[in-house]
Design a protein around this ligand. Structure first.
Ligand code: CU
Length: 168
């Protein structure tokens, strides 16, 4: 008997309805504490000899009061800090800001070229697929541990929303 399995490509769109749990909670690439929801968590892979690295994520404040990310810690490097990059007269500059404000009902975005978590004095390079914990402290919502996975940075400029074509 022969089985003919059709090569059907199924596309699933998963919509997550996020409720607000009362306790800190962490899933893959997503974590919440109080009214704070963290998504799109990733760290940039580094060259072997790199002494600095960076991590990024999006903070959503589903609450009715403003909150602020005021602290961050990791075991990855001598120092873990909140930085902000900005373009000044054509030169990318970076400074230690120590916090990211997240207004009530709003978002705080950490991404290349803007706010980021900076690892200064890396003990080891960050390789693709590495996963490590990062502890965030929010002024109102408290402490949240998130898991960060290392990825190669996406190509500049374009967001990768393209569907992969299946070639057979
Ligand atoms: Cu930095």
């Amino acid at each position: 008997m022969k089985n003919f399995t059709s090569g059907m490509a199924l596309a699933f769109t998963l919509l997550f309805a996020i409720k607000t749990p009362s306790q800190a909670h962490s899933h893959k690439n997503m974590a919440t504490v109080g009214d704070i929801l963290i998504t799109e968590i990733w760290a940039r892979t580094t060259p072997k000899t790199a002494k600095t690295g960076a991590a990024f994520f999006i903070i959503k404040n589903n609450g009715k009061t403003d909150d602020t990310l005021i602290g961050v810690s990791s075991g990855l490097a001598k120092k873990t800090e909140i930085h902000q990059s900005s373009m000044e007269k054509g030169i990318m500059k970076m400074r230690h800001v120590g916090k990211v404000a997240v207004p009530a009902g709003g978002i705080g975005i950490l991404k290349p070229g803007s706010f980021h978590i900076m690892f200064m004095g890396l003990y080891n390079p960050i390789n693709k697929g590495d996963e490590f914990p990062l502890t965030l402290t929010f002024e109102k919502s408290g402490i949240l541990k998130i898991m960060v996975k290392a990825q190669k940075p996406k190509s500049k400029g374009a967001m990768d929303h393209s569907k992969k074509k299946k070639v057979e």
